[in-house]
Design a protein around this ligand. Structure first.
Ligand code: BTN
Length: 255
């Protein structure tokens, strides 16, 4: 079933919602709206994306009516260097929303993966655009199967819980948590978000990982003030990881 936009609008009366049944990517529409002056909190929603985008130029599979595909225009007083912290804040908001609406606990893997049992259930994409931030959030909600052979195995809330979930309730909780965490970021600063992320993520501290791009291995030592991951590499050097992705070092865990 398509999203019930009038229900969402009743639950979030002050939120500006732009809905399309099908769109190329909500990121494009949100960028277009932001360029023409759309205010903070403008939300773009779709039931299906034909060219959903993920981080690092990857695609985001966006099957009709079963996932949540949303982009939010954010006009926050944060420094451009703090964009990664915005991604962390939105990851926390997504975990909160999933917990509240489906009573399901998630893990966070720096920088943008929301995981259940090591499978990806949601992803965050934050892009800077002329002083605004376009925050894209994709959540796998009611899919009954996920494609095999993805870089990170994927799952959905339905696959994890055996129940169908209301996308309207999830979205309403997501918009509420995103607003709350953006307020924490602007009122208390990046350190509050980084602290909360480190508490919520099993990957942030003391976890053996591999850096995807380089194959370098080490143990995580937290997140720096700009939201970059710190890793004590096996050669003893402290590495600051700004881009790319990480994986658990399973081989080490089995040794
Ligand atoms: C990632 O994990 O790589 C980020 C995925 C972000 C996907 C969302 S779905 C809504 C918005 N529109 C897009 O095309 N991408 C983001």
């Amino acid at each position: 079933m398509p999203l019930d936009i009038s229900l969402i609008q009743r639950l979030r009366p002050y939120q500006r919602l732009h809905y399309s049944p099908t769109i190329d990517s909500t990121m494009n529409e949100a960028a277009r709206l932001a360029s023409s002056g759309a205010p903070h909190g403008t939300v773009v929603l779709a039931d299906e994306q034909t060219s959903g985008v993920g981080r690092l130029g990857r695609s985001w599979i966006s099957e009709r009516d079963v996932g949540l595909y949303c982009s939010i225009v954010l006009r926050l007083r944060v420094r451009a260097e703090e964009l990664p912290v915005v991604t962390l804040a939105l990851g926390l908001a997504t975990v909160d929303a999933i917990q509240t609406s489906s009573d399901t606990a998630c893990d966070l893997r720096w920088p943008n993966d929301v995981l259940i049992h090591e499978r990806k259930v949601a992803g965050i994409l934050a892009q800077l655009l002329e002083g605004s931030i376009i925050a894209g959030i994709g959540i796998n909600v009611n899919q009954t199967a996920m494609p095999e052979h993805l870089r990170t195995p994927a799952t959905s809330l339905r696959l994890e819980t055996g129940r169908v979930h209301s996308r309207e309730t999830l979205l309403t909780n997501l918009l509420e948590s995103a607003e709350a965490l953006c307020s924490v970021l602007t009122a208390e600063g990046a350190q509050s978000i980084i602290r909360a992320f480190c508490e919520a993520s099993t990957y942030a501290v003391d976890r053996r990982i591999i850096i995807e791009d380089t194959g370098q291995k080490g143990i995580t030592e937290g997140i720096d003030e700009n939201g970059y991951l710190l890793m004590r590499a096996d050669n003893g050097r402290l590495e600051r990881i700004a881009t790319g992705g990480i994986r658990p070092d399973h081989l080490f865990a089995q040794a």
